[in-house]
Design a protein around this ligand. Structure first.
Ligand code: GTP
Ligand code: MG
Length: 438
C-alpha cells in the first residue's frame, strides 16, 4: 500500500514522479470485485412492448427469452390503452435477472387510443426512482428499479409507410426511452418489399426528427458490430416457440405449406441480430443510457420545476439549504396571500348576504305596509256600507211609521162615513159603490 500512497502524494507535485511498484499491490482486482458485487446484487432489465393488438409481442418475448411467460390475449374492445407490467426472476449461470415486460394493451386499436398512458407510465417509473433518491433513508441498493430500459416498437408489416400514430408515438417517447423499432411478422412480407420498407421507415423517422436508439460505437470492442447493426435497423423479426425438425435438428420456426421460416436463421429474419444487440451486447448500455440520459433529463426538469437550481444569476452555486429556504419563503408568502384572499372573499360574501337580507327585509316591510293599507281601505269601505245600510234602515223605519200613522189618521177620518153607510144599508138601500181603506 505504501507505493499507492506515494503515487497519490505525488499528484500534488508539479511534475509527478513515476515509481515502479516493488511488489503486487492488487487494485487490478477492482473490476473483479465490481463484477462479483454486481452479480450478488443481481440485475434488473425492463422492456416495454408497444404495438397493436395481436402483432406478435408476447410470441417475440417468449422467443427471445426461450420461455413461456404467462400472458393473456388482449381484446380489441379495451376502453383505453392500459400498461400491464409483469416481472419474472430469471437465472442464467449464476446471474440473476429481474425482467419486467410491460405490455401496452389496446394500443392502436381505435382512434382515441393514444400514447399518453405510455408516456405517463414511463414518467411514473422515473418519479418513483426520484422519490427513492430524495428519501432521507434511501435504499437504492435493493430498490427494484422499474425504469423502462428499452421500448421495442412493433411496426405492422404493411410494406407501405409508417402510420401517423407510429410517428407521433415514437416522437413523444424518444426523449424518455431508448426506442428500437422492429418490423413484426416479417415472414408476411417479401424480401424485396422488406428492403424498400426498411429504407422508407428510416427515411420517415429521420425526416420527422424521431431519435431511435443507436447501438454505441465508442467502445472499440463492440464498435464494429454495433455500426453494422445500426445499418440493419429496423430489425425484421419473426417469433415462434414452435419447434420444427429441419434436417436432423429441432429449430424454432413457423411452418407453412410452402416451407419453413426459421426464427434463428439470419437469411430468414433479423431475430438473431435483435437478440444479440438487445441482450448480449448492449443490455448494459441500454441501462446506462436510461440512467444517464433519459432519467437525468426527467430529474433535471422535475427539480427545476420544483425551484431547485445549481447557481444563481452571478453563477454562485446554490446550496440545497438556500434553495429550500427560498422555496419555503415563497410558499409561505403564497399561503399568506391565499389566506388573505380567502378572508377578503369571506368578508365580501358576508357583506353581500347582509345587503341581500336587508333588501329582503325592506321588501317584506313594504309588502306588509301595502297589505295593511289594503286592509284599512277594506275596513273603511265596509264601515261606510254599514253606515249607509243603517241610514237606509232608519229611513225605512221612519217611512213605515209615517205610513202607519197616515193609515191610522185616514181610518179615524172615515169612521162617521161608515156609520152613515151602515144606516143606509139598514134602510134597504143597495150599495152601488164601496170605499177601500188602504
Ligand atoms: P396481444 O397481447 O393480444 O396484443 O397480442 P400479441 O401482440 O402479444 O400477439 P401474440 O404474440 O399473442 O400473437 C398473435 C398471433 O400472431 C398468434 O397467432 C401468433 O402465432 C402470431 N404470430 C406471432 N408472431 C408471428 C410472426 O412472427 N409471424 C406470423 N406470421 N405470425 C406471428
Ligand atoms: Mg400479448
Amino acid at each position: 500500500m505504501a507505493a499507492t500512497d506515494l503515487e497519490r502524494c505525488s499528484n500534488a507535485e508539479p511534475e509527478p514522479r513515476s515509481l515502479s511498484l516493488g511488489g503486487h499491490v492488487g487494485f487490478d482486482s477492482l473490476p473483479d470485485q465490481l463484477v462479483s458485487k454486481s452479480v450478488t446484487q443481481g440485475f434488473s432489465f425492463n422492456i416495454l412492448c408497444v404495438g397493436e393488438t395481436g402483432i406478435g409481442k408476447s410470441t417475440l418475448m417468449n422467443t427471445l427469452f426461450n420461455t413461456t411467460f404467462e400472458t393473456e390475449e388482449a381484446s380489441h374492445h379495451e376502453a383505453s390503452v392500459r400498461l400491464r407490467p409483469q416481472t419474472y426472476d430469471l437465472q442464467e449461470s449464476n446471474v440473476q435477472l429481474k425482467l419486467t415486460i410491460v405490455d401496452a394493451v389496446g394500443f392502436g386499436d381505435q382512434i382515441n387510443k393514444d400514447e399518453r398512458p405510455i408516456v405517463d407510465y414511463i414518467d411514473a417509473q422515473f418519479e418513483n426512482y426520484l422519490q427513492e433518491e430524495l428519501k432521507i433513508r434511501r435504499s437504492l441498493f435493493d430498490y427494484h428499479d422499474t425504469r423502462v430500459h428499452v421500448c421495442l416498437y412493433f411496426i405492422t408489416p404493411t410494406g407501405h409507410s409508417l402510420k401517423s400514430l407510429d410517428l407521433v408515438t415514437m416522437k413523444k417517447l424518444d426523449s424518455k426511452v431508448n426506442i428500437i423499432p422492429i418490423i413484426a411478422k416479417a415472414d408476411t412480407i417479401s424480401k424485396s418489399e422488406l428492403h424498400k420498407f426498411k429504407i422508407k421507415i428510416m427515411g420517415e423517422l429521420v425526416s420527422n426528427g424521431v431519435q431511435i436508439y443507436q447501438f454505441p460505437t465508442d467502445d472499440e470492442a463492440v464498435a464494429e458490430i454495433n455500426a453494422v447493426m445500426n445499418a440493419h435497423l429496423p430489425f425484421a423479426v419473426v417469433g415462434s416457440t414452435e419447434e420444427v425438425k429441419v434436417g436432423n435438428k429441432l429449430v424454432r420456426a413457423r411452418q407453412y405449406p410452402w416451407g419453413v421460416v426459421q426464427v434463428e436463421n439470419e437469411n430468414h429474419c433479423d431475430f438473431v441480430k435483435l437478440r444479440e444487440m438487445l441482450i448480449r451486447v448492449n443490455m448494459e448500455d441500454l441501462r446506462e443510457q436510461t440512467h444517464t440520459r433519459h432519467y437525468e433529463l426527467y430529474r433535471r426538469c422535475k427539480l427545476e420545476e420544483m425551484g431547485f437550481q445549481d447557481s444563481d444569476g452571478d453563477s454562485q452555486p446554490f446550496s440545497l439549504q438556500e434553495t429550500y429556504e427560498a422555496k419555503r419563503k415563497e410558499f409561505l408568502s403564497e399561503l399568506q396571500r391565499k389566506e388573505e384572499e380567502m378572508r377578503q372573499m369571506f368578508v365580501n360574501k358576508v357583506k353581500e348576504t347582509e345587503l341581500e337580507l336587508k333588501e329582503k327585509e325592506r321588501e317584506l316591510h313594504e309588502k306588509f305596509e301595502h297589505l295593511k293599507w289594503i286592509h284599512q281601505e277594506e275596513k273603511r269601505k265596509v264601515e261606510e256600507k254599514r253606515r249607509e245600510l243603517e241610514e237606509e234602515t232608519s229611513a225605512f223605519s221612519r217611512r213605515k211609521v209615517e205610513a202607519l200613522q197616515s193609515q191610522a189618521l185616514q181610518a179615524t177620518s172615515q169612521q162617521p162615513l161608515r156609520k152613515d153607510k151602515d144606516k143606509k144599508k139598514a134602510s134597504g138601500w143597495s150599495s152601488i159603490y164601496s170605499v177601500t181603506i188602504p
